[in-house]
Design a binder for this molecule. Sequence first.
Ligand code: SF4
Length: 310
Amino acid sequence: MMHIFGPVPSRRLGLSLGVDLIPYKTCTFDCLYCEVGKTTNRTITGGVFAPVDDILKQLDERLSECFPDVITLAGSGEPTLHCEIDRIIRGIRKRTDTEIVILTNGSLLWDESVRKRVLGADLIMPTLSSAVPRTFQTIHRPHAGLNLDRIVEGLEQLRREFEGLIYLEIILLAGINDSEEEITRLKPLIEKIQPEKIQLNTVVRPPADPRAKALDSRRLEEIKIFLGERAEIVVDVEAVKNSMERHKKQEALLETARRRPLRVKDIASSLGLSIEEVEGMVKGLLIKGYLRRQDHSGEIFYMGSDADPV
Ligand code: SF4
């Protein structure tokens, strides 16, 4: 298994060398907006999901070829599930003075042993997207052993124990957690956690579930002002616009495919897209199971499927 990826330019972190600690797709959550894909192993049980020596050996090789700004522990799932993440952090420290960042959903930080393991990082970037238990469930579809109060307690406790920086990420989804009530209830929780930064994000790449829709830049800006000076918008606003356009076209495609079978060229001419763009879109929808494909008299047609969530 390849554990090291990049370095890739990151808007938030500079040139980031990624360390993937967790196999696809093992996570404590199954978020609507996940860009990695649907969670196939939803768990809160930690394990040595990848041998530490293998990870550090691959890191040695990569660090001899590149000079990243940060080393980011992340993965195809939740990195704090790796119960030797502390050894990995210490191993990185021995090799380089490059800053160590952990991208986490924060769901296991109520567990003292998990918290202790991450204290050696320089920057922890947990997620908190709602203070409303029902919305939290809708967005994250967590493992049954998790609940919002416990997760917030874990984040508060992390703040007390961790000497590095905390950048709290809020993923905002149109029509789900962008209302006045949602944001007003979130603010006091953020104040308890006292992150150095509050990073507002939304969906840009195709999400695991099409109900996760990007928030427009006007509303992002309003929320940023409401949350105060530590808040910043970290998403590329132009990319959000493109994603919203793509989303609308995808919905139009599904809407038509529910009524009649379509060929790629039909979709291209009705949506004003190139054949290549339609092929990419169709491929994504087939993988998610929202379209099915049928061969008819030597031509390929696409039509709606039972898995279509709309
Ligand atoms: S926590 Fe991250 S990896 Fe896990 S399902 Fe959510 S977005 Fe995907």
